[in-house]
Design a protein around this ligand. Structure first.
Ligand SMILES: [Zn+2]
Length: 364
């Protein structure tokens, strides 16, 4: 379990261990398009502290697991590098010589030197297997901005009253505002101190925007598809798999009409049970027909989809939740793209990775 330390405890720790026995590794920031954000924690929703220009040299103490970053210039990784002052950068943007050791259990959760840290409270997502949703407002009907996995460290700017939620930690109408302006229910946040009330003084500079309902969008924002379309080992696999968590919202990749909502499974099995590699079928799935003869398919949902055949959906609309029904050995979304549809079949399936990339919504 993560230890949350107060600034005072951090200060004592610094006094007790004035010299770190472990030498820091020097590495280089590779971020040619824009400066790299240095943050208070190991995720992009933690407070930004400063930026580092392309080519900067950084001194890294150790690494922690955090948010998966798949847009980096060096690698795709969920590892974040803790710098010698206790701040963090994603390892996706760092060129370095050798491996970096993992941070010990007593790693500080926020740098002590930053004055802003004294005004905020830290916490941890405690939501079990279903990710905690960060929304534009303090109610479960407010547009979804992000899904935060269990154990994700949080910076809690302030709290305000909203919809009453029964969670794992408490039953409460209070919602925590995160640094970028989104809200998470306090019912699912493990914390030792109570964040201050939200006032005019701690309002975000700009309200968070709901996801842009553009032409095409990632069906599982924040997660990365593995290349896997018709591989040598599995030539009949006509989609890509995006590993995720049970209960993560699946979004329509583009606007269209729901063509099918089906339980596709081998006789004698149920889509409402966790599947396995030895069960046939894509479980609970949705097929959406888009303009231009394009169809998309979303398999292995945890339960029947939220949408009905014939319903019009917008790009980015939540249509169901990740599960492992049917021929599936772990929670994931199997995603297919077909051209010249209907009908859909192996004959007109195309690799979703280049398709989504060229449509402005890379998923790989
Ligand atoms: Zn698959």
């Amino acid at each position: 379990m993560r230890k949350i330390m107060s600034v005072a405890a951090l200060f004592l720790l610094t006094l007790a261990y004035p010299v770190d026995a472990q030498a820091a590794s020097t590495a280089t920031v590779v971020s040619p398009k824009r400066p790299l954000n240095v943050r208070a924690g190991s995720a992009v929703w933690t407070a930004p502290l400063r930026t580092l220009p392309h080519g900067s040299s950084v001194a890294i103490d150790c690494q922690v697991k955090g948010q998966l970053i798949n847009q980096g210039s060096v690698r795709v990784t969920d590892l974040w590098d803790r710098l010698t002052d206790g701040s963090y950068v994603s390892d996706a943007w760092i060129r370095r010589g050798g491996a970096i050791p993992a941070c010990g259990p007593a790693a500080p959760v926020a740098p002590a030197a930053v004055p802003a840290a004294a005004n905020t409270t830290t916490g941890t997502v405690a939501s079990g297997s279903i990710p905690l949703k960060a929304r534009t407002g303090p109610a479960h009907g407010a547009p979804l901005i992000a899904a935060l996995a269990d154990g994700t460290p949080l910076t809690l700017v302030c709290q305000q009253r909203g919809e009453n939620i029964v969670g794992t930690q408490r039953v409460t109408p209070m919602w925590n505002r995160l640094p970028e302006g989104t809200f998470v229910s306090d019912a699912y946040v493990r914390r030792t101190a109570t964040p201050p009330p939200c006032t005019a003084a701690n309002q975000p500079v700009a309200a968070p925007a709901a996801p842009a309902f553009g032409a095409w969008t990632n069906p599982l924002p924040g997660f990365r598809a593995r290349p896997g379309f018709r591989t040598a080992n599995n030539p009949s696999h006509i989609g890509v798999d995006i590993m995720s968590f049970t209960g993560t919202p699946i979004h329509a990749a583009s606007a269209g009409t729901v063509a099918e909502v089906v339980c596709n499974i081998e006789a004698g099995h149920s889509c409402d049970q966790t599947g396995s590699a030895s069960v046939g079928g894509c479980g609970w799935y949705v097929k959406i027909q888009h303009p231009g003869g394009i169809a998309t398919l979303y398999c292995h949902m945890v339960r029947k989809a939220l949408v009905q055949p014939g319903e019009q959906v917008k790009a980015g609309q939540v249509i169901g939740y990740v599960g492992s029904s049917g021929n599936s050995s772990a929670p994931h979304l199997h995603f297919e793209v077909h051209i010249n549809a209907p009908p859909t079949g192996p004959q007109n399936a195309i690799d979703p990775l280049p398709f989504m990339r060229t449509h402005g919504a890379p998923i790989g």
